[in-house]
Structures are given as structure tokens and as C-alpha cells.
Design a protein around this ligand. Sequence first.
Ligand code: IPM
Ligand code: MN
Length: 360
Amino acid sequence: MSKTYKIAVLPGDGTGPEVVNEGLKVLTVAAAKHNFKLDLVEFDFGGDRYLRTGEVLPDSAVPELKQFHSIYLGAIGHPDVKPGILEKGILLRLRFELDQYINLRPVRLYPGVETPIKDKGPKDIDYVVIRENSGDVYTGAGGFMMKGTPHEVAVQNMLYSRAQVDRCLRWAFQYARKYGKKARGVGDHNTLALVGKTNVLTYVFDLWDRAFNEMGEAEFPDIKREYYHVDATCMWMVKSPEWFDILVTANMFGDIITDLAAITQGGLGIAAGGNINPEGVSMFEPMGGSAPKYRGKNVINPMAAICAGMMMLEHLGEVEAARDIEKAVMAVTGTKLKSMAAGKMGYSTTQVGDLVAERV
Ligand code: IPM
Ligand code: MN
């Protein structure tokens, strides 16, 4: 009996449906080749639905989504909806309510992809950022005082519990053991680096730092530990990305540095991420937004969505199928695409999907 995975598909807004179509095209070919099935159920959450119904996410969504093996997301964001409503109401709500406490962001420059960093190639830009995805200023703790008066105060708290930090770090150490440079045969150590700001955020990153070292010493003595301040990390991401192996950081810093990382690997046309609940339902998404101005034009780059699909298969345990997709993506970026930018690839959205699917 071949395995069947139930996948909730959330194409979302703008160009989301177009890139999701190409992702599914590739996933379907990989599934047939590797003898598993995908049972796809589509949900229309997004800006259009909100404008039509006034409802961002029905209360039934989370319990329904919990019935799936995984969630495949296109993009959320609509030009006619005020910023924040859909992001908070759909994306962040799903991350929180499904407790997807890891945001996994591989940063890999594929062959043929242009990086804005001078003299760096695929060998140099090949690391992973693990962003804590449930705590920090994202919890929304805070508020306004004396709002609208000259004395108005706004507070937004950076919040972390030891348990939140520990579960993220444990996953990160395990990840480093499995996918670090030594494990991949390209280095002498598997290294996990904590990215923080211990020199200023002396409470929150003191907690992270203690948890990191205590856990590393007790449970992962084989993993080399390093610590970098987040500001310095930004410099090195540009100057010496080859230094990095596996990085772990808090939610807000992770949000920022993964955009910087994405541009060094060719931009939002190629960067993908996973919102992972190791004990529950995870959600995979291209990093780019809904790019409404390209909607319906068949010019958006679907590679990021294809890579998100690849990450989903890897997470589901279909490692061979994921490897095939990655090889196909590398062949297409290496020999076909002129650029990662929308409209400049030398191919349409659907043609890029075809090129990858053929090679799988
Ligand atoms: C991301 C995005 C989201 C975040 C936004 C859209 C809420 O920037 O996935 O990185 O801040 O996490
Ligand atoms: Mn972001």
C-alpha cells in the first residue's frame, strides 16, 4: 500500500495561487515517482475571502487543519486590506494556534542564481537559520497607555519562557547533529550558533544564553557552540557567509535576518521556509509576499513555492522525493533561468514549473 498524505492547500492572495499550482505540479510528479499519494484539500483563506465575507479565519479552520499531515501555503496579503489584518489574522494565528514553534529557513545559493554579494558562490552561501516562532514581541504582550494624549506610551514586550527557549534549542541542536557541516561532509564540526544581543537585552538573552550552554553541555557535547550578536551577524552574512553552519535565534531577530539571508540566496523568488510543529501540523511557504501587481500575468517565479513543497516532503519523511526536487531545481536554475526576478526569468511561471517537473 502506498502512503497517502493529507495536505491542506492555502493558495491565498495575489500570485499565491499561481505559484502554488506550479508547486503542486512538481509535488504530484515526485509523488508518482516515489509511490506516495497527496490528498489535496483547498481552503480559500485570504484577502478576497475577507473582503467578501468580513471573516479573516473561521473558527473551524484550526480544528480542521489539525486533521492534515501538512499545510502548503501560497501567500497572504491584499492591497485593499489594511496591513496587519491578514498577517495577524491568518498567518500568525495559524503559527500560534498550531504551535508551529520553529521557523526553518535554509539559506542556500543554488547554481546559476545571482547573489548581490561580490565573489561569493554556492559553496559560500549554504547555512540554515532556525527562528523561534512562538514568543518574543510577536506574542502581542503590551499596549497603549494614555493613548491620544501628549503623554501617550506604547509598550511591546519581548517575552520568552524557559520552556519556549528550551524546546526551540533542543530541536536546533538535533537539527545541527543531523544537518550540520560535519554531517553533510563539508566541515569538521556540526556547529550551532546562538544569535542574540546579550550586551543589551540582558534578561531575555541571558535566559537564551544559559539555556543554550546548559543544554549543549548536558545533551549535545558533540555539537560545537558559538554565540554571535545579531548586529555583527548581519555584517558577516554579507562579508563571510561561509562561516555559518546552523544558526538559532529569537523570533524578531530571526524575522529580520532571514530577509537579509533571503536576498543573499537570490531573493524572494527562491527563498522558502517551514513553520514547524515537530509534534503537530506544520506549514510550508514561499518567503515572498502576494506580489499583487504580477497577479494573473504568469510572470512570477514559482521556485520558492516549489522549494517550500520540497521542504514539506522532507518533513513528511519523503527524503528521496525531496532530494529529486532539489536536484531538478538546481538543474533549472543552473542551466535555464536568466534571473530569479518576476518577468525576467526567460520563462513564464508555468514553464518554470514544467521545467522542474520534467527533471523530477
Ligand atoms: C515572515 C513575515 C511575517 C513575520 C509577517 C507577514 C507577519 O515577515 O514570515 O517572515 O513577521 O513573521
Ligand atoms: Mn519576515
